[in-house]
Ligand binder design. Structure first.
Ligand SMILES: [Zn+2]
Ligand SMILES: [Zn+2]
Length: 360
């Protein structure tokens, strides 16, 4: 098998050859068809997330076809089309039992790692998945079978960006019809917050970004009002449109500084600011304590409060019935060998999502 490996932070990925060991009894062998290129992979490349060890095979937003299953795996068959979830869950801890498997403490699986063809060393995989590869072994609990009619290129995006963005709106915040929403940032996650708000019947849906091309996309995904924060004061404009602030604001930039504060300032009394973007670790967040006297809620959203076995088929059904946009999220596709071009496009800010597509 082939995979894109990050040897050292801030360096281009290299395409390398690997062999797979015997399939462990609790694992599923997946031939990947597509992998989204997510900002989280780029955080690792840039050195924002030093807790992810290198060298590693990047990628955590994948879909493919099951090749084989370990002896102990039930409910998944060779030939199944599947989306991979990057968060494992045990099903028995307090968070799992309360319906929050996204907060389970079960760590990524380390068994069945691919072995470098030249050096014979086992290789790490990003979040236990390593979807920038033609094949991977993953534990059965992260494998979600889907309808074979759904194109795998579109399905891959649900494994991270769509769950994170749509999930933040419909699961974490539970936005009700007719409530006002602001979304800060229109990257892959922000666009999904916008379409989650549209699905929920929110109105208005006000979107803030600094790129005109992204604000144009925002309208396609359901924004009713757009604000270029380079040209005007976003908070003042949101307060003017809504007569005092939105019910819900979603921060999907991940800067944790200015946009975090703007999100909190833009909500009305008793409003909720949801922090969706993942800032670099150890970033302090501070705000004026007066904000709290207005009984504002500030909450985090991790993996869209998703229950992947429920939400992935649910969101794909919405796609099949024309109510969730996935094809429109895919700005560009690249073969595995051009993964570094996909990162360059992400840096330039003019793509929603790039998808690596593997043949075979
Ligand atoms: Zn991701
Ligand atoms: Zn658990």
């Amino acid at each position: 098998m082939k995979a894109a490996v990050l040897r050292k932070i801030k360096e281009p990925l290299s395409i390398e050859e690997f062999d797979l060991p015997d399939l462990p009894c609790d694992q599923v062998h997946v031939q990947l068809a597509a992998s989204g290129v997510c900002h989280s992979d780029w955080h690792v490349v840039k050195g924002d997330w030093p807790h992810i060890p290198t060298p590693t095979i990047l990628g955590h937003e994948g879909a493919g076809v099951v090749q084989a299953v370990g002896d102990d795996v039930r409910g998944i068959e060779p030939g199944d089309h599947v989306v991979l979830a990057w968060k494992r869950s045990c099903g028995t801890c307090e968070m799992c039992q309360q319906g929050f498997p996204n907060l389970c403490d079960l760590p990524p699986e380390e068994v069945g790692r691919p072995v470098e063809r030249a050096e014979r060393q086992p290789m790490e995989k990003m979040l236990g998945l390593g979807t920038y590869s033609t094949e991977t072994f993953v534990p059965a609990d992260v494998v979600i079978p889907i309808d074979k009619e759904v194109p795998l290129e579109a399905a891959a995006l649900v494994g991270c960006g769509v769950l994170t963005g749509v999930g933040a709106v419909v699961n974490t915040a539970g936005v009700e019809p007719g409530r006002s929403v602001a979304v800060f940032g229109c990257g892959g996650v922000g666009l999904n917050c916008i379409q989650g708000a549209a699905l929920s019947g929110a109105d208005p849906i006000i979107v803030v970004d600094i790129h005109e091309s992204k604000l144009e996309m925002a309208r396609q995904f359901g924004a009713t009002d757009v604000i270029n924060a380079r040209q005007e004061d976003a908070v003042a404009r949101i307060q003017a449109i809504t007569g005092g602030g939105v019910h819900y604001a979603f921060e999907a930039v991940g800067l944790a500084g200015e946009t975090f504060l703007q999100a909190v300032q833009s909500i009305r009394k008793r409003g909720t600011a949801v922090f969706v973007g993942h800032a670099p670790f150890d970033t302090p967040v501070a705000l004026d304590a007066r904000m709290l006297m207005h009984e504002k809620s500030i909450i985090g959203s991790y993996y869209g409060t998703a229950r992947p076995h429920v939400d992935i088929p649910r969101f794909l059904h919405l796609y099949q019935t024309g109510r969730l946009k996935l094809d429109e999220l895919v700005s560009r596709t690249y073969p595995l060998e051009r993964v570094n071009d996909a990162f360059a496009a992400m840096g330039s800010g003019d793509v929603a999502r790039s998808v690596l597509v593997f043949d075979g």
